[in-house]
Design a protein around this ligand. Structure first.
Ligand SMILES: *[C@@H]1O[C@H](CO)[C@@H](O)[C@H](O)[C@H]1NC(C)=O
Ligand SMILES: *[C@@H]1O[C@H](CO)[C@@H](O)[C@H](O)[C@H]1NC(C)=O
Ligand SMILES: *[C@@H]1O[C@H](CO)[C@@H](O)[C@H](O)[C@H]1NC(C)=O
Ligand SMILES: *[C@@H]1O[C@H](CO)[C@@H](O)[C@H](O)[C@H]1NC(C)=O
Ligand SMILES: *[C@@H]1O[C@H](CO)[C@@H](O)[C@H](O)[C@H]1NC(C)=O
Ligand SMILES: *[C@@H]1O[C@H](CO)[C@@H](O)[C@H](O)[C@H]1NC(C)=O
Ligand SMILES: *[C@@H]1O[C@H](CO)[C@@H](O)[C@H](O)[C@H]1NC(C)=O
Length: 340
């Protein structure tokens, strides 16, 4: 009897422990892994690695002109007058996240609003021009949100081009979660885009859209982060909410030389267990990437190290916790049986 109780309780604990552990290992993210922020060293010696809770890995570096980055264009200005501090790149772009090949920045949503008489009450334009080593990732889309609105974007990619997206609807047609033209329209941008301006125009009768949709919105942002709801059309917090919830994704590369040119002029710049990768846009530049099964910062000594070593330590730790819990439980069971 005692053995049976102990066995059951052991199995229950095992199941209870296994489930969350297994789930946490399999968590899926649509974002590429950020191996660059793992490993022994993530900054140059003597450099700060965090601005608020943002980790800033080399080749980026905290402090304008601090020499902590690979190039002044990768300097991150950590403004401690905010609490928590905010990180800025290229002047006024607020940095939310830095990964192996991308940087996410706070968005800025353009809106154009009308009152019940159809008078324009608010209008804004947004323009962002990036430094040469950055471009807008093609995971971003141009969005138009509203029931009679046209978003117009003029982009710069060598030469200027203009594109647009029209969203139209009546109050009842909207399908929550869908961005296929009904209340929400999305369109792709070419890879390598380095600058744009965007604005929104109401092209349908605005008085009929009041009050359920007083404003039209336009912005460039990460597709996977946007979930459109019909309630967004009348939500005064939409602009502020979307600024952080739907970031703009930038691709970054170093310099304008490709890997072949770099090897000739500077020799190998990517450290152990990493390889050099050419930019996949036509703006040139390179990045270093850990080879499969390795992680760390490939731009700094000692380069990338074997993930397996880290995994083994992790598994041993889990096993230890498991045994500890079982022992505690067995003791508790014995104590309670002894009391009966
Ligand atoms: C995880 O991602 C992979 C590839 O992106 C996909 O095939 C798989 O279905 C995803 N699994 C879950 C549980 O979402
Ligand atoms: C960083 O801080 C902000 C504001 O305090 C918070 O909203 C966000 O979730 C934090 N991010 C992480 C990764 O902890
Ligand atoms: C593209 O537009 C920008 C911003 O208006 C302007 O400064 C630039 O000269 C234009 N470039 C070309 C090639 O027309
Ligand atoms: C956007 O840039 C284009 C090209 O430079 C210009 O013609 C247009 O007026 C600009 N639009 C806005 C709203 O600033
Ligand atoms: C949006 O944010 C700005 C600046 O932080 C603030 O002034 C404004 O009141 C906010 N608007 C809403 C509707 O929350
Ligand atoms: C690297 O750049 C040089 C000079 O622009 C070019 O000739 C070469 O084809 C490029 N190599 C690759 C792999 O793109
Ligand atoms: C290549 O070497 C030159 C001269 O030593 C240096 O100024 C430059 O920063 C190096 N480039 C890279 C990408 O390391």
């Amino acid at each position: 009897m005692l053995m049976k109780i102990l066995l059951y309780s052991f199995l229950i604990h095992l199941a209870w422990l296994q489930l969350p552990l297994a789930a946490s290992d399999k968590t899926n993210t649509t974002r590429p892994p950020a191996t660059i922020t793992r490993g022994a060293k993530i900054t140059k010696p003597g450099c700060q690695s965090k601005c608020g809770n943002l980790t800033v890995p080399y080749p980026f570096g905290i402090g304008l002109g601090s020499g902590c980055s690979i190039d002044p264009m990768f300097d991150i200005n950590c403004d401690t007058s905010y609490n928590p501090p905010k990180a800025f790149s290229m002047g006024n772009l607020e940095v939310i996240d830095i990964s192996d090949s991308q940087m996410r920045v706070k968005n800025s949503v353009v809106s154009r609003c009308y009152n019940q008489h159809g008078d324009l009450t608010f209008a804004a334009v947004n323009r962002i021009y990036l430094d040469p080593y950055f471009s807008f990732s093609d995971v971003n889309k141009v969005f138009s949100i509203g029931c009679g609105d046209l978003s117009m974007m003029t982009g710069t990619r060598g030469r200027n081009f203009t594109m647009g997206c029209v969203s139209a609807c009546t109050k009842d047609d909207i399908i929550d979660g869908d961005c296929n033209g009904i209340g929400c329209c999305q369109t792709s941008i070419p890879k390598g885009l380095q600058g744009f301006n965007i604005s929104v125009f109401r092209i349908l009768d605005f008085s009929s859209l009041w009050p359920f949709n007083p404003c039209g919105y336009a912005f460039l942002g990460e597709l996977d982060s946007l979930t459109f709801h019909s309630s967004d059309l009348s939500d005064p917090t939409f602009v502020n909410r979307t600024a952080y919830n739907v970031p703009i994704v930038l691709d970054w590369v170093i310099g304008n030389q490709n890997c072949t040119e770099l090897l000739k002029s500077n020799g190998s710049v990517c450290h152990q267990n990493s390889r050099c990768i050419d930019s996949d846009t036509d703006i040139g530049g390179y990045r270093c990437l850990c080879v499969d099964g390795y992680e760390g910062n490939p731009y700094l000594e000692p380069g990338c190290t074997d993930i397996k070593n880290a995994r083994i330590v992790h598994v041993i730790h889990k096993a230890y916790v498991l045994i500890l819990l079982v022992v505690i439980n067995v003791r508790a069971q014995m104590d309670s049986l002894a009391m009966v």
